[in-house]
Design a protein around this ligand. Structure first.
Ligand code: IPE
Ligand code: IPE
Ligand code: MG
Length: 246
């Protein structure tokens, strides 16, 4: 489809926030007889094209799952290679992210990450904080259950300090205590790599998100694959528990 036409449809169907579980890096590398880290390297580089493509279509936010709270179960060398690749990506691509007017934000417990990764993250967040374009929300050491536990503890602390009362707590309150408090809930979830599960990603935020699963491995996820996912989204009938207006 013509890109301008797709962009208009994205607006018409208010597709603003896309969440992505970037899965399949390891298998992508294994298929080529290479080590898993080569897959991660190609995978992280793919993110810059994704940002550019999302901007062309006027998508407002991307939430990307880069490292889950369960990914610590992998061998140390894979874990630390992943963090190195993330820091190097943020450092090397910061100029392009600035040119794309991107606001970088991170969800997850970054205190557990290596110093250089934390440094790259805070530089990227600081430098891009006065931009006003696409929000690039990266999940690093992120797990939805961990996020919900943290939210609960923060609510209890605010309650103890008299900042909120029981009457203040409504269904919106929890959303305000999550990492995504500044973002609309995702409209579309894309998971590459063929698995059809959430793997602890944004459980609360995705109550009414449309899910799209594809066998495409993350390093192969190009503009055409994004277009396919969006076209599928456009064909869905989002009712939010109500009835069709026809
Ligand atoms: C996704 O690719 C990246 C992370 C989970 C960090 P995988 O590393 O899970 O790749 P597969 O699923 O083993 O192919
Ligand atoms: C989910 O992928 C996490 C990320 C993409 C960062 P995994 O490969 O870790 O998920 P499982 O183990 O297949 O559920
Ligand atoms: Mg995987």
């Amino acid at each position: 489809m013509d890109q301008e036409k797709l962009k208009n449809l994205v607006e018409e169907y208010s597709l603003e926030h896309i969440a992505i579980i970037m899965d399949g890096n390891g298998r992508w590398a294994q298929k080529r007889g290479e080590g898993r880290s080569q897959g991660h390297k190609m995978g992280i580089e793919q993110v810059i094209d994704l940002v550019k493509n999302a901007n062309k279509l006027n998508i407002k936010a991307l939430s990307l799952y880069a490292f889950s709270t369960e990914n610590w179960k992998r061998p140390d060398d894979e874990v630390f290679t992943l963090f190195d690749l993330l820091s190097s990506f943020l450092n090397r691509r910061l100029k392009e992210l600035m040119e794309e007017n991107v606001i970088v934000q991170v969800m997850g417990d970054v205190s557990k990450l290596p110093f250089l990764t934390r440094q790259a993250i805070s530089t990227a967040i600081k430098q891009t904080s006065s931009n006003d374009g696409l929000v690039l929300n990266i999940g690093i050491n992120y797990g939805s259950r961990d996020e919900l536990k943290k939210a609960l503890l923060d609510i209890l602390t605010d309650y103890d300090q008299g900042k909120i009362s029981k009457e203040d707590i409504d269904t919106e309150t929890l959303s305000k205590y999550l990492y995504t408090k500044n973002l609309k809930d995702p409209d579309l979830l894309i998971r590459t790599g063929g698995e059809e599960r959430l793997s602890n990603f944004m459980l609360h935020q995705m109550a009414y998100t449309e899910f799209y699963f594809t066998d495409c491995l993350w390093p192969d996820f190009n503009y055409d694959e994004l277009e396919k996912a969006i076209l599928e989204y456009l064909s869905r009938d989002r009712r939010f528990g109500g009835l069709n207006e026809e």
